[in-house]
Design a protein around this ligand. Structure first.
Ligand code: KG4
Length: 331
């Protein structure tokens, strides 16, 4: 069978990222141009600044991706941009570029759901992974347990009712003075602390999550005790949220009988979360997680998800618009 080359284009938040992917599983190039340094001084992503920087970066990043993969536009079989969820102005930059390219080189366009992309990062790292499996999807904008029934068939079993877990990491880090992005900073500091501070867990009777209670508890604790040991606070926060994730994934395993679990999303780069999930293998659960560089936003995961949508026949037309609240599985 002929190889299928996808050009994955990601611009839904603060990374302009383009990758060339072969047959949905193999990276030929993966260029990530991050704006972290630009947004750092504001303590979070400023949407309009993100859009403007995507505009400046996109042509250069596409060229770099083609050069590194040693291909030309004519070698591309399908162009697969993120079309949601994300910051609308940011998504529109990558999507509009992809539409223009699709028209000019006369190659099909397949819009990709960013969350499906995070899940597909696992297909690149683990060539043996196939649906069905459960996915613990944890990022800056989303926290959900997805039942991946097929490459293009998804059911959300539980989701956050308030903050996404990455949002909680980022807000806690900001309040205790660690800066942006909070996740990696908390991860690092927690390694020098002890999880000795009791923090609240919100128990819901289904597979949903709630992280606003623990976030508020930490903010209050920090205001009342400004000299509290930050490393201990980070370690305690990380341990508590990890317990919440693991309790719910265990319920999902029980409910579905599916004993294969993949992690996905930026927060799955967290070293403590990775270590604790690996321990589930002792209970006969098969655990998968993307390589660290594929956890946070990148074009490779979008090219991989785009490949499976393409072979499923989900071709988009040039009227495709950005959908900021796009749900997984929705077209
Ligand atoms: O997946 P991602 O790059 O963007 C979204 O699609 O949302 O995720 C970004 C989130 C941020 O909240 C960031 O703080 C978090 O992932 N993150 C981490 C770590 N690395 C990134 N959170 C915890 N520990 C980390 N090591």
């Amino acid at each position: 069978m002929k190889d299928i080359i996808t050009l994955g284009i990601e611009s839904s938040c603060d990374e302009t990222a383009v990758a060339v992917i072969k047959n949905g599983r193999e990276i030929l190039s993966n260029i990530v141009d991050t704006q972290i340094k630009i947004h750092e001084k504001y303590g979070g992503v400023v949407p309009e600044i993100a859009s403007r920087n995507h505009i400046e970066a996109i042509t250069r990043v596409v060229k770099e991706a083609l050069k590194e993969a040693n291909i030309t536009f004519q070698d591309i079989d399908v162009i697969t941009p993120t079309y949601g969820p994300g910051l609308v102005g940011a998504v529109l930059v990558g999507l509009s570029y992809a539409k223009g390219l699709s028209y000019s080189i006369n190659k099909p366009l397949v819009g990709v759901n960013h969350i499906e992309g995070h899940i597909a990062a696992n297909y690149i790292t683990h060539k043996d992974l196939k649906p069905p499996f459960l996915c613990m999807m944890t990022s800056g904008g989303n926290t959900q347990i997805v039942y991946v029934k097929g490459y293009c068939e998804f059911e959300i079993l539980g989701k956050t009712r308030d903050d996404a877990i990455g949002e909680a990491f980022d807000k806690v880090a900001r309040v205790i003075g660690l800066g942006y992005p909070g996740g990696p900073k908390i991860d690092k500091l927690a390694q020098t602390g002890t999880a000795n501070i009791e923090l609240p867990k919100t128990h819901l009777d289904n597979l949903d999550f709630s992280f606003s209670g623990i976030k508020t508890a930490i903010i209050n604790l920090h205001h009342k005790q400004p000299n509290i040991n930050k490393a201990d606070l980070c370690a305690s926060f990380q341990k508590t949220v990890t317990e919440i994730l693991i309790e719910n994934i265990k319920k999902a395993i029980e409910q579905t009988g599916v004993k294969t679990v993949a992690l996905a999303g930026g927060v799955s780069a967290n070293s403590y979360i990775r270590k604790e999930f690996m321990k589930l293998q002792e209970q006969n659960v098969q655990i998968y997680m993307p390589d660290l560089k594929l956890c946070t936003d990148n074009g490779a995961m979008i090219g991989a998800a785009g490949y499976y949508r393409y072979i499923n026949g989900d071709i988009s037309d040039l009227k495709l618009n950005a959908v900021p609240n796009l749900k997984i599985g929705e077209r």
